[in-house]
Design a protein around this ligand. Structure first.
Ligand code: FE
Length: 142
């Protein structure tokens, strides 16, 4: 997934670009089963980009083991890159996290994260993310 790639202009384009599971989670606000994704137990260093549009969203520096089975972060790399929305679906009041650029549903943010790092837990579906390993990132533009 290349950084800041162009985006489909319509739903048909998204269906073409994304796998059925990616489409279900990102475009239909679905949730992957816990402990099933590719990143919940990932400990490599790098930048996690949006699997829909390539925008940088999270850094491995803020990733922590939440025990939930989903990749969890204390903060996005920049609050400007995500959009937080009230979500009252399923009879629960939660805060949904979306990619601001492409509008993809990413997951939810909760207030039970590590207190020393701000207390937030960004609970994100692996399928919405693409890890760009650190050594690759270092190689860019050099
Ligand atoms: Fe995106």
């Amino acid at each position: 997934m290349k950084p800041q790639q162009s985006m489909p202009s319509d739903d048909a384009g998204w269906r073409k670009r994304l796998t059925p599971e990616e489409y279900r989670v990102m475009r239909e606000a679905g949730t992957e089963p816990p402990f099933s994704g590719r990143y919940w137990n990932e400990h490599g260093e790098g930048v996690y980009r949006c699997a829909g549009c390539g925008t940088e969203l999270f850094s491995s520096d803020t990733k922590f083991d939440s025990g939930t089975g989903w990749p969890s972060f204390t903060e996005p790399t920049n609050r400007e890159y995500v959009e937080l929305r009230e979500d009252r679906s399923q009879g629960i009041s939660r805060v949904e996290v979306r990619c601001r650029r492409c509008g993809a549903h990413l997951g939810h943010v909760f207030d039970d994260g590590p207190a020393a790092s701000g207390g937030k837990r960004f609970c994100i579906n692996s399928t919405c993310l693409q890890l760009e390993p650190q050594d690759h990132a270092d190689g860019n533009g050099q």
